[in-house]
Write a protein that binds this ligand. Structure first.
Ligand SMILES: [Fe+2]
Ligand SMILES: [Fe+2]
Length: 185
């Protein structure tokens, strides 16, 4: 049987207790890449688009890679929509939260805001403001997020595009989550 902490309320914990908790947390974190890959595979279902959500993710990453993006940026392109699995109503923020400890502040910002920036391509069809992203016009990562959407995200719904399979990116995902995490934001 697994060892257990002695306490029943956190304020009673000892250093030994919390070392046990930390060891468990580290093991849990080590399984994150596997879980994220499961999430990605779960996006291989029905979709109103001409390709699955998984294929959209793969195509976005493939385009980023072919444009010469660095590994971390390609990984973010692959994972930018994983928030849809656990938080469909704010998928950008959810994906950004998962990635935050492992990516640059710039990549985090792009993933967090990509949904709003993507709105440029369709919000007017719902009576919304396609230029809502303009409120970030002066932000240092505004142009990078516009580019992310224009070149990779909004363009990646094409069944004819030669897209790499998930296996091609698996190591990239594992390397990303094996990085020493940044402290809480
Ligand atoms: Fe998205
Ligand atoms: Fe997307």
């Amino acid at each position: 049987m697994n060892r257990k902490v002695a306490f029943t309320a956190m304020d009673q914990g000892t250093r030994e207790d919390y070392e046990l908790v930390a060891a468990h947390d580290a093991k849990n974190a080590a399984g994150l890449a596997d879980r994220v890959l499961v999430w990605l595979r779960s996006m291989d279902g029905d979709s109103p688009y001409r390709i699955s959500r998984l294929d959209h993710a793969l195509q976005t990453a493939t385009r980023a890679e072919r444009d010469g993006a660095d590994d971390q940026t390609v990984a973010c392109a692959l994972l930018h929509d994983i928030g849809e699995v656990i938080s469909p109503r704010n998928h950008s923020q959810a994906a950004a939260a998962v990635l935050a400890p492992y990516v640059s502040e710039k990549n985090h910002w792009i993933v967090r805001h990509h949904g709003l920036f993507q709105g440029y391509y369709y919000l007017h069809h719902y009576g919304g403001d396609r230029n809502a992203r303009e409120r970030y016009r002066d932000h240092e990562h505004y142009e990078a997020c516009v580019e992310f959407c224009a070149r990779w995200d909004q363009a990646s719904f094409d069944p004819a595009y030669k897209t790499h399979p998930l296996e091609h990116f698996e190591l990239l995902v594992r390397e990303l989550f094996a990085r020493e995490p940044r402290p809480f934001l």
